[in-house]
Design a protein. Structure first.
Length: 222
């Protein structure tokens, strides 16, 4: 084989090798780029799930949503998932309200001047999904009143304060019962009090000059 022919073969081999190397390089680059896209997509999905979980944690905290463990103990359901309000709310009192939740909202009003209707809260928790099928999250832009309350409760970590407000209302009620037991006031369980009586107790806690008169409310059927 002549030298020129050998040179031609060598050049051809080099070109083929270079082409193969380039092809492998392009394939590796494309695979790496695809892998990066997959990882970016997975990370975006994880971030979205974290945002949803965080939203549930905050709203569950704000409304002190609890559940019952297998041992019968009540614990806060602040895990990052949807929890409905306890079914017991509908039968907790003759007025179909949760005195805890109701007083939380009264504390919110007396400290901020913002009214968040009890019925609006119940309606918010009545569905897990919005009419368009998306998750009903407090911060999805559709529930500004709920969002304001959740931010206020979460940022201030006010659950202990809210529970103390309820305990203070209960103590104020017991004091009222003691002072008016001979005035015709019919002692009721604190959990059975009407919204009007809870309103009055909350106002009395917020305003030391307010004259608490539960007897008149009771005589009016409240």
């Amino acid at each position: 084989m002549s030298t020129p022919y050998k040179k031609i073969i060598l050049v051809v081999c080099i070109l083929l090798l270079s082409g193969a190397t380039a092809s492998i390089g392009v394939t590796m680059y494309r695979n790496a780029a695809k892998q990066r896209e997959i990882e970016a997509t997975l990370e975006a999905e994880r971030a979205a799930r974290r945002e949803i979980a965080d939203a549930y944690i905050r709203v569950n905290y704000a409304f002190a949503i609890w559940t019952t463990t297998m041992y019968g103990e009540s614990v806060y359901a602040i895990s990052g998932r949807h929890w409905p309000l306890p079914d017991i709310i509908s039968s907790q009192s003759p007025f179909g309200i949760s005195f805890n939740l109701y007083l939380f909202l009264r504390m919110y009003y007396h400290q901020t001047g913002i009214i968040l209707d009890y019925e609006k809260v119940i309606d918010y928790f009545s569905e897990e999904f919005e009419p368009d099928g998306s998750l009903r999250l407090y911060n999805n832009g559709n529930h500004p009143e709920i969002e304001s309350f959740v931010i206020w409760m979460w940022d201030g970590q006010r659950i202990p304060e809210a529970h103390e407000f309820v305990r203070s209302a209960s103590a104020a009620y017991e004091q009222y019962v003691f002072r008016h037991k001979d005035d015709g006031f019919d002692n009721q369980r604190f959990v059975d009090l009407s919204p009007q009586m809870l309103d009055a107790l909350a106002r009395a806690l917020a305003d030391s000059d307010y004259a608490l008169d539960l007897t008149s409310l009771q005589q009016q059927g409240y």
